[in-house]
Design a protein around this ligand. Structure first.
Ligand SMILES: [Zn+2]
Ligand SMILES: [Zn+2]
Length: 368
């Protein structure tokens, strides 16, 4: 079948929207019609060529929501017409990691996914008979994609895809980190560094958990103002004295929970130092550049602070994403507010530009 897709042809160059071919689903795979897809920093990062594990040509995109069009042999949990959110982080439920209950890092298809292939080591995408690699196991900058069943979360069909597609990456990373990774307690103090999609998700999650004070730190006045919508109580302009300001405002001790959502190692250091003496828990969510190191003065650890991190906010995709969709449907999670721009697939490069200029929170590609 011919589909429209945004192809990364060359690093550092705009994506090229074109017709390519997609083959039907094989064993354990599902053909998904993509209805909406967010444009995330990781797409831009890979397109720029900065990601050392990146490759091209490939079809980018990993923040998708859509409907099941066809299922391959052996697919048991999904049928045609089901609504799904795509997962770059699968949940097989059977590997050692999944069974441990301690981590969301499923190892079932990790190796092939990292190389750009489906679990059997081949691609369903092609052009002029030449196979084309997938990206993050998702490739959702396309009208259709083929993915393994274990990388699809079945969700409430009533939910607006333009909003819930954000749960495929950015929104869940922040929200799940606050809800389930850090398990923010009622009445606690929280400091979130970075008021982009992930940081605002952490703010929303902290408020859902009943945090009393939620500090948000960013360089942009506009974003700080926005953060109030999701529950920020104290907005701080990022600067030299940020840590001191948070410590002073929390009785000289620091925040019970801190979240870093910038990917900057200096900011990660601040998030550690702003965590409370005795039990402060710092959760690192941003992706730092290759080879960069986080410096921590050991005294901060000896005096009771803990540093943890979580890919996808520690969320187990097939378990947690449907729960987050339900929270959205109950009006507990404001996902609609994260969608600042709606664009077409042909405007995907505009989505990158808007992100580059920090214009709005998220651009979402609408397919129909
Ligand atoms: Zn992402
Ligand atoms: Zn697994």
């Amino acid at each position: 079948m011919k589909i429209r897709a945004a192809v990364l042809e060359q690093f550092g160059q705009p994506l090229v929207v074109q017709d390519i071919d997609i083959a039907g689903p094989k064993e354990g795979e599902v053909l998904v019609k993509v209805h909406a897809c967010g444009v995330c920093h990781t797409d831009l990062y890979t397109a720029s060529g900065a990601d050392p594990s990146g490759y091209c040509p490939c079809v980018l995109g990993h923040e998708g929501a859509g409907t099941v069009e066809e299922v391959g042999p052996g697919v048991r949990g999904l049928k045609k017409g089901d609504h799904v959110v795509t997962l770059f982080s699968p949940e097989c439920g059977e590997c050692v990691n999944c069974k441990s209950g301690k981590t969301n890092i499923c190892t079932a298809i990790r190796e092939q996914q990292g190389k750009g292939y489906l679990p059997d080591g081949t691609a369903r995408l092609s052009r002029d008979g030449e196979p084309m690699r997938h990206f993050m196991g998702t490739s959702t900058f396309a009208e259709y994609t083929v993915m393994p069943e274990i990388a699809l979360a079945k969700v409430d069909p009533e939910a607006n895809m333009e909003s819930i597609c954000l749960l495929a990456c950015g929104a869940t990373t922040g929200i799940a980190a606050a809800l389930w990774k850090a398990e923010v307690e009622e009445g606690s103090s929280v400091a979130v560094f970075g008021a982009g999609m992930v940081g605002l998700g952490a703010v929303a999650g902290a408020r859902l958990r009943g945090a009393e004070r939620i500090f948000v730190v960013d360089t942009s006045e506009k974003r700080l103002e926005l953060a109030k919508r999701w529950g920020a109580t104290d907005c701080l302009q990022a600067g030299e004295t940020t840590v001191e300001e948070i410590v002073a405002a929390t009785g000289g001790l620091g925040a019970d929970y801190t979240f870093e959502a910038t990917g900057l190692v200096e900011v990660m250091g601040q998030a550690v130092e702003a965590a409370r003496l005795g039990w402060g828990l710092c959760t690192v969510l941003g992706v730092a550049g290759k080879g960069e190191k986080l410096e921590v003065i050991p005294r901060f650890l000896i005096t009771g602070r803990t540093v943890q991190g979580g890919s996808f906010g520690g969320a187990k995709g097939r378990t947690h994403v449907p729960q987050l969709v339900d929270m959205y449907m109950r009006g507990e999670l404001d996902l609609d507010g994260f969608v600042s721009h709606r664009i077409t697939l042909d405007e995907v490069n505009k989505g990158f530009e808007l992100m580059h200029h920090q214009d709005g929170i998220r651009s979402v590609i609408k397919f129909d």
